[in-house]
Every structure is written in C-alpha cells, then in structure tokens.
Design a protein around this ligand. Structure first.
Ligand SMILES: [Zn+2]
Length: 96
C-alpha cells in the first residue's frame, strides 16, 4: 500500500516567506497561547517566524499533492465499500 505517498513531508524552513518571498529565512517559533498549542497539537501546522521581515504565522509541514489527493479519495471509497459490504453480510446472516 503506497500510504507514504499520500502526504509528502516538507520542511518550511527551506521554503519561502509568504511576506518577503525570501528563501530560508523561516525558523520555528514558540506557541504563544492556548490556541496555537491546540493547532500545533492537532494539525500539521506549526508556528514559524521570518528572520528577515518578522512575519509570523502557521506553515504546514505536510503538503498534499494532486496525486496524493486522488489516493485519499480512493482510500475513503475503499473504506465506504468495505463498510457497505460488511453491513450487507451482517444483515444477511444476522436475522432480524
Ligand atoms: Zn519574510
């Protein structure tokens, strides 16, 4: 199963700043409040700060490519079909 291809790991520290468009200026920032801690703990988003212009915000550490989005749809459909078949089998063998 090509599960590892669904998400592609990306390090925003090597990416470009959304404000000044410079490359390699972002570095990890500490969470300032509860909201940021929750976002950091529950999503792939992590707080970053730009050394050049002082921009601060969340950047994703994962990217989903067009191909991987198709994989996700495929897996969701597979789960849905499996659930449907399982329910069908159960309804046939478990008499009401
Ligand atoms: Zn910047």
């Amino acid at each position: 199963m090509p599960a590892s291809r669904v998400f592609i790991l990306r390090n925003p520290q090597f990416g470009t700043c959304p404000e000044c468009k410079k490359t390699g200026t972002l570095h990890r920032s500490r969470s300032r409040n509860m909201f940021e801690q929750i976002v950091r703990g529950t999503t792939f988003m992590k707080p970053y700060r730009c050394k050049e212009c002082g921009w601060r915000g969340f950047r994703s550490t994962f990217i989903i490519t067009r191909k991987s989005a198709r994989n996700i749809v495929f897996y969701i459909m597979l789960i849905a079909i499996t659930a449907f078949v399982a329910r069908y089998i159960l309804s046939r063998f478990v008499s009401v």
